[in-house]
Design a protein around this ligand. Structure first.
Ligand code: DGT
Ligand code: CA
Ligand code: CA
Length: 581
């Protein structure tokens, strides 16, 4: 990614020179150079090798030398000097909307402000309006800008990022001349949180794409606009980078911008060992400069002697070795999912009836659902006691008779009490087709106690699934302390499935734990925990997370056919009295 790195270096130099009040001509020359290199249709290295960089408008002799120096040594002497200048530390201030170089340097010189935190403190204390030509209005604006800056540098949940990414892709994808559009980056890899959204486009009219992209209603700020790349900040606080690319190197760019960075580094190492070079423009033979491919990702992998590696696996966590040895998993797909085993209804804190949930699930093509309302310990949700659950089971059985084309299983999400006992007696649990056990309170116990608590619950032969096994809420609540390996081992021993809760805040089990569970031979139940019909659609985030956990269809409980699922559920209780249905 040399073009972008070099462009960033030139931009940083320009920023620092500006803070140092250097000549506008010098500053402008770095800015123009940065833009020219960022917008190059090919690898800057190739141009240098052909001796043609100097021909690019905006790049003179001095910049050409710097580019060569960076390509050769990884940096430049001048850039290293710039990085040591006191002004270099002020660069984050310039990323705050509403703060320009003139402000930043004044803050620094007069008030000693270096960091964003310093600036926030000074603005709150009203220390800025003593400065020349700055009023209270400015302080307000700066505080708002800092808020935006913080949101922008924070991370977002996958579901939120994905919905925004898809909205942008739908809008831009509709344009005439756009023949291909992809969401790349961490979104494509289905990472649980995303930093920003990366979108790639092939279009005959880049200008039209940029016009529409930068003027969408959802845009609050255009961060940068170029001929082939622009960045915007959405009202939601998420940054979106969009690039228009050429068909010939689209695959190489898609691979590059899908990442992860670590995967890219590993890919480049592999290339090097084979006398090849991989960039966002293609795969090249180092000696002959011959281009071996890059129009599709398949070409990129093939040039390196590899099969296609699914984006969710690209984390440099063994995927290259597995691909090399022909043992990549055949990852579970959305179409493999035959049902959803975790959802709530109006009987507790859900918004729809069992019948409505089932009809919606049937529309998704499912063969079965399980209705799993809360037990009484979850008072805020109006959890059911034994009597109420019995009545609810009857209502579910009745709905099942009335709705064709899908099986509605009667279940419950029963609370695991602090001592590991369950919130409902065994006789009513035994009447359920599916029992999910879950921790909803007493999160703060020491690890050993929490682990004992959960293992004890798993020992109960009525329990089929452990819900959201670590209790985390992404960005809100840390997982409780539990020995997850012990839980996985116990689940295996007891024949209990572990849930991958697909609710966007949870994604629990997370990817690496899914992988550990699968390796231990534990089944994973991807459940949406839907509290309304619309939430059933969150299954995709669960499937994405399972894929990141290397799971195949065979690892997923709710990818089983109904008869197989029934067998799995009944196995624990086979020797016990038949359910009282
Ligand atoms: P994010 O946005 O923080 O959730 O994560 P990504 O993976 O979307 O990262 P992002 O948006 O910074 O860049 C998109 C992809 O571009 C990234 O996954 C790999 C590639 N990339 C960006 N910068 C570099 C870099 O400095 N080195 C390498 N090898 N790849 C990079
Ligand atoms: Ca990204
Ligand atoms: Ca990005």
């Amino acid at each position: 990614m040399e073009n972008h790195r070099i462009a960033d270096i030139f931009d940083e130099i320009a920023d620092v020179l500006e803070l140092q009040d250097e000549s506008v001509f010098r500053i402008r020359s770095y800015r123009r150079g940065a833009r020219a290199i960022r917008d190059l249709p090919e690898d800057v290295r190739t141009l240098v090798e052909r001796g043609e960089l100097l021909k690019v408008p905006g790049i003179g002799k001095s910049l050409t030398e710097k580019v060569e120096e960076i390509l050769g040594t990884g940096t430049s002497e001048f850039y290293e000097k710039i990085k040591k200048a006191p002004e270099y530390k002020l660069l984050p201030l310039l990323r705050i909307p509403g703060v320009g170089p003139r402000h930043a340097i004044q803050f620094y010189r007069v008030l000693g402000i270096v960091t964003v935190d310093d600036l926030e403190e000074a603005a709150r204390a009203g220390r800025l309006h003593d400065l020349e030509r700055m009023g209270e209005k400015l302080e307000e604006r700066i505080l708002k800008g800092i808020e935006q800056y913080r949101r922008r540098t924070g991370r977002f949940r996958l579901a939120e990022g994905m919905l925004h990414a898809e909205a942008v892709a739908a809008k831009v994808g509709k344009l005439k001349g756009v023949t291909r559009i992809d969401i790349a980056g961490s979104c494509r890899r289905m990472k649980e949180t995303i930093g920003d959204i990366d979108i790639l486009v092939i279009s005959k009219s880049a200008k039209k794409v940029m016009d529409v992209f930068t003027s969408m209603k959802s845009v609050s700020e255009v961060i940068a606009r170029g001929a082939t790349k622009s960045s915007v900040l959405l009202e939601a606080g998420i940054q979106v980078d969009l690039r228009v690319l050429r068909r010939e190197n689209y695959g190489a760019a898609l691979h590059y911008f899908t990442g992860s960075k670590d995967h890219n580094v590993a890919i480049r190492d592999r290339a090097k060992r084979r006398g090849l070079r991989v960039s966002e423009y293609g795969v090249f033979n180092v000696e002959t400069a011959e281009r071996l491919g890059g129009a599709s990702e398949e070409e990129v992998f093939a040039a390196l002697g590899l099969p296609f590696i699914p984006p969710e696996l690209r984390e440099n966590s063994g995927e290259l070795e597995a691909a090399d040895e022909g043992r990549l998993p055949r990852l579970v797909e959305a179409g493999d999912i035959k049902g959803d085993l975790h959802m709530h209804t109006t009987a507790t804190d859900g918004r729809n009836t069992p019948r409505e949930m089932a009809v919606a699930a049937r529309r998704l093509g499912y063969r079965y659902v399980a209705i799993t309302d809360h037990s009484k310990a979850v008072r805020v949700a109006g959890g059911l006691d034994a009597e109420e659950l019995r009545a609810h089971i009857e209502a579910i059985r009745k709905a099942n008779k009335e709705v064709d084309g899908i099986e509605i299983l009667a279940g419950v999400e029963v609370d695991i009490m602090k001592d590991g006992g369950l919130d409902l007696p065994d006789d009513v649990l035994r009447q359920c087709d599916v029992v999910i056990a879950a921790v909803h309170s007493g999160f703060n116990m020491p690890e050993a106690r929490m682990t004992r608590r959960i293992l004890k619950a798993l020992e109960n032969e009525n329990v089929n699934i452990l819900a959201h096994p670590t209790g985390r809420l992404i960005g809100e609540r840390e997982p409780y302390e539990v020995d997850i390996e012990a839980v996985i081992a116990a689940a295996r021993k007891c024949g209990v499935a572990l849930e991958l809760n697909a609710f966007p805040d949870r994604l629990d089990l997370k990817d690496v734990h899914c992988r550990a569970a699968r390796e231990a031979g534990v089944k994973i139940s991807i459940g949406t925990d839907a509290h309304a019909v619309a939430h059933l659609a969150n299954m995709r985030y669960g499937v994405g997370t399972a894929r990141r956990g290397w799971c195949e269809a065979g690892d997923i409980l709710n990818a089983m056919t109904l008869p197989k699922l029934r067998k799995f559920l009944a196995r624990r209780r086979r020797d016990r009295a038949k359910p009282g249905v």
